[in-house]
Design a protein around this ligand. Structure first.
Ligand SMILES: Nc1ncnc2c1ncn2[C@@H]1O[C@H](COP(=O)(O)OP(=O)(O)O)[C@@H](O)[C@H]1O
Ligand SMILES: [Mg+2]
Length: 226
């Protein structure tokens, strides 16, 4: 629920699902249906006004701010639609940020360098975001999202600001990295092809989950519940 002035707006209503470890799950649905809000809650970027969000037995909704930040720093990777790179930092420095926040400065440069090589930007590590194309910026953002070896990888329309030619290889890279690094993926997308590659597709409409189609049932036990 969001409060703006006197008005209260219930954005998510009775949404409940479990995300098994190892699953690659897509969220689809019309604009304004609550997808970004749901992702922000799952990633611990926002807190729900009511309800629980249990990850590995701990409720994010009641975790204190420090514990929540620590959890995000060590276990969460996030890819935004509009890249959100820091303009005053080079590609390499941007990728190193999550490790520095975690206090893991030693070895950070090497890990970040390896990931930038992996996403095909080895030759552009010293470039600033403004010197990179949209696709290249999103590759940097992808490297940054994986740099802390996250257990949970959240992506909010990661190809939404890219044309098809740029978006398709970016999506390949996301799925490849996700598989290589064993992250559980929750991905918002408008791209049917991208959604079709997930193990499961959740559909949202008007703040509710209206469809949950599992194409590849997982056998895992650890879950996040909202
Ligand atoms: N910070 C906010 N304050 C008030 N309303 C918000 C806020 N963020 C999102 N909303 C509203 O919540 C609804 C769902 O938004 P969002 O989660 O961004 O949907 P989607 O990602 O599916 O397009 C929309 O009606 C939007 O206007
Ligand atoms: Mg959105």
């Amino acid at each position: 629920m969001y409060t703006s002035g006197e008005r209260e707006l219930t954005v998510l209503d009775a949404v409940s699902f479990e995300l098994p470890v190892g699953q690659r799950c897509a969220i689809v649905g019309p604009s304004g249906s609550g997808k970004t809000t749901l992702l922000g809650l799952c990633a611990g970027l926002d807190r729900p006004t009511s309800g629980a969000l249990v990850v590995d037995g701990r409720d994010l909704a009641t975790m204190d701010e420090d514990a929540l930040s620590r959890w995000r720093a060590t276990e969460v990777g996030f890819v935004f639609q509009n890249f959100r790179l820091l303009p005053t930092l080079t590609a390499l420095e941007n990728v190193m940020v999550p490790l520095e926040l975690q206090g893991a400065a030693r070895g950070a440069r090497q890990v970040a360098t390896d990931l930038l090589d992996r996403v095909g930007l080895g030759a552009r590590m010293d470039h600033y975001p403004a010197q990179l194309s949209g696709g290249e910026q999103q590759r940097v953002a992808l490297a940054r999202a994986f740099v802390n070896s996250p257990k949970w990888l959240f992506a909010d329309e990661p190809t939404g600001n890219l044309d098809t030619e740029t978006g398709a290889p970016l999506a390949d890279l996301l799925f490849d990295l996700d598989r290589e690094r064993d992250a559980t993926l929750l991905l918002i997308t408008h791209d049917r092809e991208l959604a079709a590659r997930a193990d499961r597709v959740l559909t949202m409409r008007g703040g509710k989950l209206t469809d949950d189609s599992t194409t590849n049932p997982p056998a895992a036990r650890e879950v996040a519940t909202l």
